[in-house]
Each structure stands twice: as structure tokens, then as C-alpha cells.
Design a binder for this molecule. Structure first.
Ligand SMILES: [Zn+2]
Ligand SMILES: [Zn+2]
Length: 210
């Protein structure tokens, strides 16, 4: 049975089957690439998952296993709505794409765990034995049952160069990293200031799209 460190569940917040799938996906990628967990900025992950996709939990597992975190800017979401990810290391001979097999997704689908989830019941509210059972299905499966692994030669990606240069927005006065400055009416301004009409109040919040 695959062993999952307890801190990964604490980090994720609840016990569900998807964070463990992501952890296994990340562990397998490291093994296939022949590298250790990234402490700095070595491995890049391109997650093919989408937003509010139920399998989004997997990304926490991928981050925990590989060290490629959103905070370090090492994982990006491609929003394809697929349970797959590409693992890329600069100058490495090859990259790896790992996808969760349709057959395994079909095997999990009828589980009671989803009867609760479909009623809108949160994972922490689902009976413990049901959750343990579905997690054990994931941990007892072998890599072959779980994943399709593809080797990709010469995957091309040019990472954004890191820069510590920042400047003040000429409208709101807050610091902005230079790459994000925009020019509006001849002034260098931040993105929220560049988008507002002159009479509007500046609110530095993400736009809510409905
Ligand atoms: Zn989860
Ligand atoms: Zn501004």
C-alpha cells in the first residue's frame, strides 16, 4: 500500500481521494524524471485541470509531492478540464505527461463518496469509513492501474525571468512589479488603475465574473 505523509492531509484540509491521486501523480513524475522533490525552482508543472473541477484537489497533492507550488510560481493551470499534468525541467532530456486512466475514473465513479458529494455534502461531513475506503482504493492501486505515462521529448517552454524591480503606480501610489505596469494617459499605472474609469473608486480586488 502506498504511504502518504499525514502532513499532506493537514495541508489539504480534508481527507478525500483526489489529493492522494495528485500526490501519487507527482511522486511518479519525480521517479520517471529521476529527480528529487524541488526545493527551489527546478520542476515546472502544467496542470491540465480546470477551475472548480472536482478533481482540482489533485493539485494540492502534486504540489506536496513535487515542491512545485503556486506560491513559487512553479505550477500553472491550463484549464483543459482533464485529470492530467505535464512535468517539465529545463535542460532535461524529456518531459513527462501523466493522466489518470479513464478506467480508474470509472472504477471510482460509483463509490458512495460521490453520492454524498453530488448532494453538496462537503468531504469532512462524509462518514469516515466511506472516505477511508475510497482513499484506500487509491493507495492500494498500482501505478499501472492509475496512470497513463507519456514521455515528451523537447517540450518547449520559456519561463518568465524573475525580476525584483518595482515601481510606484502613478495613480494609486502602491508598488507594482515592473512587468505588470501599464501605460494609461501617459502615466505608468497598475492593472486595476489602468482599467478603471476616472470617476470610479479604485478597488484592488479580483474582478468577479459571473
Ligand atoms: Zn480534497
Ligand atoms: Zn494603481
Amino acid at each position: 500500500m502506498f504511504e502518504l505523509p499525514e502532513w499532506t492531509f493537514e495541508f489539504h484540509g480534508h481527507r478525500c481521494p483526489f489529493m492522494p491521486i495528485g500526490y501519487r501523480m507527482g511522486s511518479l513524475a519525480l521517479e520517471k524524471l529521476g529527480v528529487d522533490k524541488s526545493l527551489n525552482h527546478e520542476i515546472h508543472v502544467f496542470s491540465e485541470m480546470g477551475v472548480v473541477h472536482p478533481q482540482g484537489c489533485m493539485q494540492d497533492g502534486i504540489m506536496a509531492a513535487t515542491g512545485a507550488t503556486f506560491g513559487k510560481g512553479m505550477i500553472e493551470r491550463l484549464n483543459y478540464g482533464k485529470v492530467a499534468a505535464i512535468f517539465w525541467i529545463p535542460e532535461h532530456k524529456y518531459s513527462i505527461r501523466i493522466a489518470l486512466k479513464n478506467e480508474f475514473q470509472n472504477k471510482l465513479a460509483p463509490h458512495d463518496f460521490f453520492k454524498y458529494r453530488k448532494q453538496g455534502i462537503e468531504p469532512t461531513e462524509i462518514p469516515e469509513d466511506i472516505r477511508t475506503d475510497i482513499i484506500n482504493i487509491v493507495l492500494n492501486a498500482n501505478d499501472d492501474e492509475l496512470f497513463n505515462v507519456t514521455f515528451i521529448p523537447n517540450y518547449k517552454f520559456i519561463p518568465v525571468k524573475s525580476s525584483f524591480n518595482k515601481a510606484k503606480c502613478e495613480s494609486c501610489g502602491e508598488y507594482v512589479f515592473e512587468r505588470y505596469l501599464r501605460v494609461k494617459d501617459g502615466k505608468k499605472v497598475c492593472i486595476p488603475c489602468s482599467e478603471r474609469e476616472s470617476e470610479e473608486t479604485v478597488v484592488h480586488l479580483p474582478k468577479i465574473i459571473r
